[in-house]
Write a protein that binds this ligand. Sequence first.
Ligand code: PEP
Length: 251
Amino acid sequence: MRPKALIAANWKMNKLPSEVSAWVRDLKDALTGKVLNADLAICAPYPHLPALVEAVRRTAIRPGAQDVSAHKAGAYTGEVAAAMLQDVGVELVIIGHSERRQYHQESDTLINAKLQRLQEHGLVPILCIGETITEREAGMTEQIVLGQLTACLQGISLKLAAELIIAYEPVWAIGTGKTATAEDAQEVCGAIRTTLLKLYPTLAEGIRILYGGSMKPDNAAELLSQPDINGGLVGGASLEVASYLGIAEGA
Ligand code: PEP
């Protein structure tokens, strides 16, 4: 069965913890009287999380983080463990974002370890994969994306489709204003689904595959109408309530 769309905000390193509750209140006010065809999630920086969890309590908006340590606990200064995120009340965690791969040299092996830590604590990973412009122009898109997918999912078993979310994010589309065409995005998301069918034959149809990369209210509906695109991971346009909601209304 086609999963309900999820529109996940990735606030990246923006906003202040003290701004969270007013932002969520504005979102809740804007949602009054509306019926969305999408679930909502907000992935915020670590210091924002207690305020975010509190602000979304008793709503259907799911609180998320943007990264997690590959280690369980111990002498890893500056790291945040999955157990800590679970304890704070987080439900979803982005891993493998291209900004982590690019600026922090994160490998598929490391991301696989992070995924295992999340599973140990019942947290749902939003696993990001995507090709660079050089890789796309060299005709290597599927090879790169499916290679990342299978490497990050090595040894990972699932009981439910809802335990895993994939985000296809072409690196050249993130924060650039250049969106993949709906056809190009569907082609890659379709190939991701085919690989998921091999890995998790009974669950793959229900695993959400999000598109991310300069998604905006004016391009969301077309992207979200593609058969293998089940939502969006939204950076820049998720910072304002109006544009975030505008995207969700496209589902
Ligand atoms: C992202 O950071 O995951 C992202 C898709 O950013 P943007 O929407 O700004 O391209």
